[in-house]
Ligand binder design. Structure first.
Ligand SMILES: Cc1cc2nc3c(=O)[nH]c(=O)nc-3n(C[C@H](O)[C@H](O)[C@H](O)COP(=O)(O)OP(=O)(O)OC[C@H]3O[C@@H](n4cnc5c(N)ncnc54)[C@H](O)[C@@H]3O)c2cc1C
Length: 416
């Protein structure tokens, strides 16, 4: 069923009785051409592009919970292409272009809003670093402007520009960046994949991976065994656990990242803003809540909730940047499990098992990657060859030292 103005009018006049579920709820078949483990944003977009770009529709997405229950429905929804390093730069540039046509492509309102991102800087050295990053973004074909403090104030006058410790020296403005409604992206890709014949099977946990003579032959699940010659592990924070089912140890640690939402306020924050002297970022949702977050909790965990010291740290950064925020009440907070790599960049690659592929290591930046990740993972699974914009994102780079440490923070998972 297509979504359009005529349909809304017709349904409105006839009691809204004609709407159908956005995707089917099929029982799993005994065999598929391909299986995707994990029904998050990346698993669903992989299935969508397998069908759309490669004509492979005999595909199952196996999700142990429900669609949108993982990180894809838990993130702070920032979408941007402001990466510095070759490898990341072209990948996220490709992703942002896919975001810009996603709603028409999926016939689904994901509330993509290109309201612009401003990364604030607070010293001369930081200004130089952001100027360099901005030039790299422009070289890649994306947009970047260096703003003076007065220009930042035109966008967001309520920031504490003259803070004694961290005065605002300006900002790197990325107008095409912004945000989107996180779970709508999962629903849109789920609907799009289903319409092309992909089976989306919820409440179906993968408990084992079947391997014969070094080749994958299928998976064991809570709904019984399912055979397939190609299997993709796309399980974000659970990547290490699922890879271990195939005897593979991946260079990933799982850490908790928290998010916070305030009570609804009148429109206050025009862009997505990040603080340069602490890991803190904030935007305002269309419902009015201020949505903000900071660093990961600094220990490995599979808990989907965080702890008070990091909450305090985030609130302190918020008060430093924008003292008026102290009057707003925090309504909700939650955590998600992040798949952190040692260099902070992702992996889309084959594994040592023939027919078994992995898409993982998104750290806390995988929401913006949803379209390009699916595009590249589908390419890898269909062609058994890396896509041009993801070819550097291999497991091998951790052996050869050809790493992509975007932040320059060193080889420690929890620093990225
Ligand atoms: C608080 C927070 C803020 C964030 N902010 C941003 C942001 O602003 N911008 C940005 O770009 N990124 C952000 N991220 C990161 C982003 O959300 C993730 O990188 C991305 O969603 C991960 O990919 P996914 O959507 O496929 O993951 P998920 O939605 O977690 O999907 C993985 C799925 O695999 C399933 N699964 C696991 N094990 C099994 C199994 N054995 N069998 C079957 N299914 C299984 C899980 O149930 C889950 O649904 C944030 C994350 C968090 C938690």
């Amino acid at each position: 069923m297509g979504y359009n103005a005529f349909q809304i009018l017709k349904e409105g006049l006839t009691g809204n009785k004609g709407w159908r579920p956005a995707w089917r709820d099929p029982e799993p078949k005994s065999e598929y051409d391909m299986i995707i483990i994990g029904g998050g944003g990346h698993g669903l977009s992989t299935a969508y592009y397998l069908a759309k770009n490669h004509g492979i529709t005999n595909v199952a997405v196996l999700e142990k919970g429900y669609i949108g229950g993982g990180n894809v429905g838990r993130n702070t929804t920032i979408v941007r292409a402001n990466y510095f390093l070759p490898g990341n730069s072209e990948f996220y540039s490709h992703s942002l272009k896919l975001w810009e046509t996603m709603e028409q492509e999926l016939n689904y309102n994901v509330m993509h809003s290109q309201r612009g991102i401003i990364n604030l800087f607070h010293s001369d050295g930081q200004r130089d670093a952001f100027a360099r990053r901005g030039n790299m973004m422009i070289n890649q074909g994306d947009d970047a402007h260096l703003l003076s403090p007065a220009e930042v104030a035109e966008h967001n006058p309520f920031l504490d520009f003259d803070n004694v410790r961290f005065p605002i020296y300006g900002g790197l403005y990325h107008p095409r960046g912004g945000s989107a409604r996180h779970d709508a992206v999962a629903w849109g890709y789920a609907r799009g994949a289903d319409q092309q014949g992909v089976d989306i099977i919820q409440q179906c946990e993968v408990t084992g991976i079947d391997i014969e003579n070094g080749k994958v032959t299928g998976v064991q699940t809570s709904k019984g065994p399912i055979r397939a010659k190609r299997v993709g592990i796309v399980t974000a924070g659970r990547s290490g656990q699922v890879a271990a089912m195939a005897g593979i140890k991946v260079p990933i640690e799982s850490h908790v990242l928290q998010a916070f939402v305030s009570e609804g306020l009148k429109p206050t924050i025009n862009n997505v803003i990040s603080f340069g002297m602490g890991h803190f970022y904030i935007s305002q949702s269309d419902k009015g809540g201020l949505v903000f977050g900071g660093d990961i909790d600094f220990y490995a965990s599979y808990a989907q909730r965080g702890n008070l010291p990091m909450m305090e740290h985030v609130m302190e950064a918020a008060m430093t940047l924008m003292p008026a925020i102290g009057k707003a009440k925090v309504l909700r907070s939650w955590g998600g499990i992040m798949d952190m790599t040692p260099d902070g960049s992702f992996i889309i690659d084959r594994t040592e098992i023939e027919g078994l592929y992995m898409d993982c290591g998104w750290c806390y930046g995988g929401f913006k990657a949803v379209p390009a990740s699916g595009w590249c993972m589908a390419h890898l699974m269909a062609e058994d060859e890396a896509h041009e914009v993801a070819k550097r994102h291999t497991f091998k780079r951790f052996e050869t030292g050809d790493i992509m440490d975007e932040e320059g923070t060193g080889a420690q998972h929890n620093l990225h």
